[in-house]
Write a protein that binds this ligand. Sequence first.
Ligand SMILES: [Zn+2]
Length: 366
Amino acid sequence: MTSRKTTMTNFASLLRPESLNEVVGQDHAVGQIKGMVKRGQFAQTIMLSGSYSSGKTTIARLIAKYANCTDIDKKSFKTCGKCIVCKGYPKSMPDVHEINCGVNTGVDNARSLVNQSRMAPRNNFRIFILDEVQEATKQAQSALLKPLEEPPANCIWILCTTNPEKVIETARSRCLVMKLKDISPKDCYKILVRACKKLNFKISPSVLKYIASGVQGVPRNALATLEGVYNYVKSGNKLSQSILEDMLVGQGGFSEKTAVDWFLAMLKDNEKERLAITSKVDDAAGFLSYIGWLTHQVVLIYSGNKAFVPLEIRKALSSKTAKNIALNVYADLPALINKLTMYTRHNVPAKSVLLELNSVVSSWGD
Ligand SMILES: [Zn+2]
């Protein structure tokens, strides 16, 4: 046996663009931000809207990086890579406050942000990234209106949202709105190619194309599948079509059966069964990610596209109850999963997260 390298490759970091030049599929937004960088003048209230996994937070963090990096090459649009801002990117940049409004919904939080916004930044700007801003209460959103209308000169507010229509109109109208596009399979392919280049991993383009179309639009899942392929091939195995398909279905290393069973119980509107299944789940984030993937596949089926859905789910979809529930799967489940995933990132216990998932889904059967 050959000895294996002990250094782990951080696949999540392969997804993260270090510079504006590496952002895939959002040329309209990137072009506007580059314009701001070139002029050295940033819009002070920006709204980034777009669906799950379209890269809102990533772009918000890049805006923060470019607004405060001390030495940007304005021709190549490269940040210096050496200053405290570049070193802290993406999560520990000074003067950058990331707030998840799905968790910190109240008006007190909003007021405390407004107070913080008056403090002078260490670099050019103090930046507030408000994730899922539509989840903040109307009262909290109203409290933010004043700084959105007249932001202090050295302050940037970036509002990220999956549902811009749920943000109060008076707040929305004060922002420069950039609507991010869904990532196409073609863009997903580009992201995979870039990841392979960074990994120095040679694999047939047809494999990457297969992955890109299999995860339609969710780069995170594409990369999770690539990680599986990478480990499989690097340990000396030959990749076959069926293995690749299994990896696509089971990406993320989550116990796929649990999630599939839960999804079936949802389609059958069986609450008792759903609760029994989730009571055994510890990894809420992994579970949600898989449910999110299944949802995406079901949506694809309904819109007449190629999808990779386990056979039992395909069969269940033909029943009348399932058809009713599928309407909510189409319209509401992605946003719900997105919100609950945010909770897991803020260390809300798995039990509470999954209870909420079950209780919302139960209301659909009525
Ligand atoms: Zn820098």
